[in-house]
Ligand binder design. Structure first.
Ligand SMILES: [Zn+2]
Length: 470
């Protein structure tokens, strides 16, 4: 036993020294002025031919040059971080998240509502029950966990729905970026006006460094019709983009068309909204939003499972982008988005995981793999990789800096292993889409080393190995 303890002590001492030396290396590479070359067997970026033996020259967190490893090495006398047998891809853009809800599975247990909802309305009611009684600290630790899960799975930007500006600092202190859409809902007029003013202020106050702001009117059934034009006016006046859950369930279709169905019969009484039920509108959710001026090229429509051909044509005409969340739709048993129709019309599409209230992970890799299997013959590996990168960045309006490996863009990228040795591009993309494994993630040219730089030993060790090989 004693012998075991002394070995343990020696090991711990060596480990500490080792970690200290690693930190020195990490400090070098984490220097805001550091320049280096990141190289791999493949460089893969949307709208760009695959580059075998490609590399990025990175300076001050920005991609400066893309080229062959040997050419960049000749031109720049800087460290080379090589990843043989791997591919470099842009950091993924997950266009629809609610990271505040990452601890939902635990909260469900804690609040004794651990039943598995069978219908959409059951899920919404469960969500409300779970959210009741949450403290700001609950939400902070939940969002922090969500941020970690995103970054570890290669996602460097998100379209995040935020319910309180009190989480602002949390996002700012992380390496994640993207767009924060401040959520809006409610039927009461005076309360809604106040909430809208606060949401606009919060969205405008988002510092432009990592995140940019937006508004998220939750869904047609949680906001009074008379409030919709106020939101579109606010968006128009401020230039803030919108994200809205649209046609997620058949229950929503019934509610909007004739104020009937499960939402009218069960959700409204549950939250005390009976007095807000309106006479039948005899239109779809898409038409309702369009009449209020909410559908523009700055709008992201989330889900779109129950859009008709006429609805899809309106979305196309207005330049709306669609966020597909196929795993969430499957879990809540609401159906599948009419992908072929949306594609045929040329509607821009991207991928979102939604939250852990309705999905199993926050990995966009998991989402794109599910999408490939859910829509066989309708989506190629190239399609889903585009949706997860440049398609997502365009949908959030952040494609100037995100979504592809191009000079001038943020040095946000992921090192993906298990890519095989396929020389043919179709086979390579298929291998990556189905079998790729995220090995390292870089944000603004800095390696992601775990939650809030506390350091993830696995990643740090790997980083040291890479640095030592040069
Ligand atoms: Zn959502």
């Amino acid at each position: 036993m004693e012998k075991y303890d002394s070995i343990k002590l020696i090991f711990l001492k060596e480990l500490c020294e080792y970690m200290e030396s690693i930190r020195e290396h990490m400090d070098q590479i984490n220097s805001p002025h550091s320049s280096f070359i990141a190289a791999a067997s493949w460089l893969i970026s949307p709208n760009t031919p695959l580059l075998a033996g490609g590399a990025l020259f990175i300076q001050d967190g920005v991609i400066k040059t893309i080229g062959l490893r040997e050419d960049l090495k000749r031109d720049h006398n800087v460290p080379v971080i090589d990843h043989p047998g791997c591919a470099i891809l842009p950091g993924f853009v997950n266009v629809h998240t609610h990271l505040e809800l990452t601890h939902y599975p635990a909260w469900r247990l804690r609040n004794h509502v651990e039943y598995h909802p069978r219908r959409f309305v059951d899920w919404i009611i469960q969500l409300i029950k779970v959210k009741r009684g949450l403290t700001i600290d609950d939400m902070k630790s939940s969002a922090r966990e969500g941020i970690r899960m995103c970054l570890e799975s290669g996602t460097t930007a998100v379209g995040e729905i935020v319910t309180t500006k009190m989480l602002g600092d949390l996002y700012r202190s992380s390496q994640l970026s993207g767009r924060q859409y401040f959520e809006l809902f409610g039927h009461d007029q005076s309360r809604f006006r106040t909430a809208l003013t606060q949401a606009v202020e919060a969205a405008q106050a988002v510092p432009k460094s990592a995140f940019t702001g937006g508004l998220s009117p939750h869904a047609p059934y949680t906001i009074a019709d008379e409030h919709l034009p106020l939101i579109s006016a606010a968006a128009r006046n401020t230039g803030l983009p919108l994200a809205i859950h649209l046609s997620e369930s058949a229950a929503e279709t019934a509610y909007v068309f004739d104020s009937s169905g499960q939402l009218a019969d069960e959700l409204f009484p549950f939250v005390g909204w009976e007095r807000y039920l309106v006479p039948p509108r005899r239109c779809s959710s898409t038409e309702l939003l369009d009449r209020a001026g909410l559908l523009t090229p700055n709008t992201l429509a989330i889900h779109c499972v129950h859009v008709t051909r006429a609805d899809a044509e309106i979305l196309k005409k207005r330049g709306v982008s669609v966020a597909l969340c196929p795993r969430s739709n499957e879990r809540l048993d609401v159906g599948r988005a009419p992908l072929a129709l949306l594609r045929k019309l040329g509607i821009p599409m991207a991928l979102g995981t939604d939250s852990l209230a309705s999905d199993d992970s926050l990995s966009l890799w998991d989402e794109l793999r599910f999408a490939l299997n859910a829509f066989p013959g309708e989506l190629s590996p190239e399609d889903v990789l585009h949706m997860a990168t440049l398609g997502g960045a365009a949908a959030l309006g952040i494609n100037m800096g995100h979504g592809s490996l191009e000079p001038g863009k943020h040095a946000n990228f992921q090192i993906v292993g298990n890519v095989g040795d396929h020389a043919e591009s179709g086979k390579l993309l298929e291998q990556i889409a189905f079998e790729g494994v995220v090995q390292d993630v870089f944000v603004l040219g800095q390696p992601y080393v775990g939650d809030y730089n506390r350091g993830n030993p696995e990643t740090v060790f790997r980083q040291r190995r890479i640095l030592q090989s040069h």
